[in-house]
Design a protein around this ligand. Structure first.
Ligand code: V47
Ligand code: SF4
Length: 397
C-alpha cells in the first residue's frame, strides 16, 4: 500500500466519494466522468497531487522526458479568428506578420545542420498559399535534406482546410502527407471540444468531430500524435472533463496518442484580454486531474514556454513526466500571447539541471519516446543541485 494514499484513506474527514476515487486509483481502475467532475469540484491540491504522482511514478518512476527540437511557424497570419489567439488579429494588417516561402522554411531547417536535434515541429497560421502541394513538397524536401529528422507537423485545423480546398477526403489527404514524409502530428487545434464554447472561441475552423477524425485516420495509418486542451478561459470544469473523455474514448479505440498537453490560456494581445488567467494552483490541479482521468495516455506534458520554468518544475510532482523540448527560441505564439518566456529557449544542459533540481531523472527522448540519452551518468561541472539522486517516495513503499 502506498503510504501517501494510505494517509488519504485514514483521514476521517475525507468525503466517501473522494475515498472511493483514491481506492480506484490505487487499484489501477478507471474513474468515471462524474468522478472527474467531482475532482474538479472537491479535490484539494494535495489530494490530487498524491494520486497523480502515484500514477506518474508507477508509470515512469522519476524519469522525466524532453527532446531536442525546434519549431517552424510558416506564418503568423491566420484567416481564422480564434478569439484567444494573437495570430488572428494580424490578418487585418498582414504586412506586420511574416509569410515564409518554401526556401525560407528550408533555410530554417538547414540552420540546424550538424546540430543534434531530432524533431522539427511545424505549425502556424492558416493561409491559402500553404496548400496540399506546398506542404507535400515541403515535407519531401525536408525528408530528402535530413532523413533523420522527425517531421511533426500541422494540426487537423490546417489539414481540414487544405483537404477541403483540394476537394479530397481526409483519408486521401493524410496518405499524401504521410507518403511525403509526415511522421507525426502535434496536438494543437483541439481547444475545447464542447461545440458551443468551440464555436464561441474558435468558430469556423474544424469541428471537434473532425479534429478527432483526422487523428483517428492518422493513427490508422500507423502514425502517432499528441492531444492538447486549451483551458482556463470561458469553459467550465464539466467542459474539461467532456474534452478529456472524448480523448480517452478515441485512445481506447486507436492507442495512437502519445502525450496529453494541457495549454493554459494566456490573455495578452488577443480578443480575450478581459478574461483573467488561471492561477498556479488551478494549473497544477488541472495537470493532476488530467493524469488521473487519462488512464490510457502514457505521457502528460507541461509545455514550459507557456507556463514558465518554475511551474514546469512544480508540475513534475503533479502527474507530469515530460517537459517538451529545447525549442531554441523558435516559437512566437506564446510570447505574443503573454507567456513568462519571452524568448523561449533552453540548452540541453539547462533543461537537465532544471529537472535534476526537483530530483527527477532527465531522459532525452526522440519524438516516439525512444531514449536518446539517459543523463544518469552525465555530470556538468557547475551543477550545484546534482549530488546523485535521492530516492523519492516511490510507489508501493
Ligand atoms: O492550438 C493559441 C494554443 C496551440 C493561445 O504536440 C494558446 O507536442 C494559450 O498545440 N494561450 C498550438 N494557448 C500549440 C500546440 C503545441 C504546443 C507544444 C507542443 C505540442 C505538441 C503542441 O496553442 C493552439 C492553441 O490551443 N494557443 N493561443 C493563447 N493565447
Ligand atoms: Fe489561426 Fe490557430 Fe490562431 Fe486559430 S489558433 S487563429 S486557427 S493560428
Amino acid at each position: 500500500m502506498n503510504k501517501q494514499i494510505q494517509k488519504i484513506l485514514d483521514n476521517d474527514k475525507l468525503i466517501p466519494e473522494l475515498r472511493d476515487i483514491a481506492t480506484k486509483v490505487m487499484d489501477g481502475k478507471r474513474i468515471t466522468s462524474d468522478e472527474g467532475n467531482l475532482l474538479f469540484d472537491k479535490g484539494s491540491l494535495s489530494y490530487l497531487g498524491v494520486l497523480a504522482n502515484y500514477i506518474r511514478e508507477k508509470r515512469h518512476g522519476n524519469k522525466t522526458y524532453f527532446n531536442r527540437n525546434f519549431h517552424i511557424e510558416p506564418t503568423n497570419v491566420c484567416l481564422y479568428s480564434c478569439t484567444f489567439c494573437s495570430y488572428s488579429r494580424l490578418i487585418k494588417k498582414r504586412s506586420d506578420g511574416w509569410e515564409y516561402t518554401m526556401d525560407e522554411i528550408l533555410d530554417l531547417v538547414k540552420k540546424y545542420d550538424g546540430e543534434p536535434v531530432t524533431e522539427v515541429h511545424i505549425v502556424g497560421g492558416v493561409l491559402p498559399q500553404y496548400d496540399v502541394t506546398f506542404y507535400k513538397e515541403l515535407f519531401e524536401k525536408i525528408r530528402a535534406h535530413r532523413p533523420d529528422l522527425h517531421i511533426k507537423a500541422l494540426t487537423p485545423v490546417e489539414y481540414h482546410y487544405i483537404f477541403k480546398k483540394e476537394k479530397i477526403s481526409y483519408e486521401e489527404g493524410m496518405k499524401i502527407m504521410v507518403d511525403a514524409g509526415l511522421d507525426s502530428m502535434p496536438g494543437g487545434g483541439a481547444e475545447i471540444f464542447d461545440e458551443k464554447i468551440r464555436d464561441e472561441i474558435a468558430g469556423g475552423k474544424c469541428s471537434s468531430d473532425q479534429w478527432l477524425d483526422i487523428h483517428r485516420i492518422l493513427h490508422n495509418l500507423g502514425k502517432r500524435s499528441n492531444a492538447t486542451m486549451l483551458y482556463g478561459h470561458v469553459e467550465s470544469f464539466a467542459n474539461r472533463i467532456d474534452h478529456l473523455d472524448r480523448l480517452r474514448k478515441l485512445q481506447d479505440e486507436t492507442k495512437g496518442f502519445q502525450t496529453f498537453i494541457p495549454l493554459k490560456f494566456r490573455n495578452k494581445e488577443n480578443e480575450m484580454a478581459h478574461v483573467p488567467e488561471s492561477n498556479v494552483i488551478e494549473d497544477l490541479r488541472n495537470y493532476a486531474i488530467s493524469r488521473i482521468y487519462l488512464d490510457n495516455f502514457d505521457h502528460i506534458k507541461a509545455y514550459w514556454p507557456m507556463i514558465g520554468r518554475d511551474t514546469a518544475q512544480l508540475s513534475l510532482a503533479f502527474g507530469v513526466d515530460d517537459l517538451d523540448g529545447t525549442i531554441d527560441d523558435t516559437t512566437k505564439i506564446y510570447s505574443m500571447a503573454g507567456s513568462e518566456e519571452q524568448t523561449p529557449s533552453l540548452s540541453t544542459e539547462e533543461l537537465v539541471k532544471m529537472i535534476r533540481a526537483v530530483n527527477r531523472e532527465p531522459i532525452e527522448r526522440d519524438t516516439l519516446y525512444n531514449v536518446v540519452t539517459d543523463f544518469k551518468d552525465v555530470v556538468f561541472e557547475d551543477d550545484k543541485h546534482f549530488k546523485g539522486y535521492v530516492s523519492l517516495p516511490v510507489v508501493n513503499n
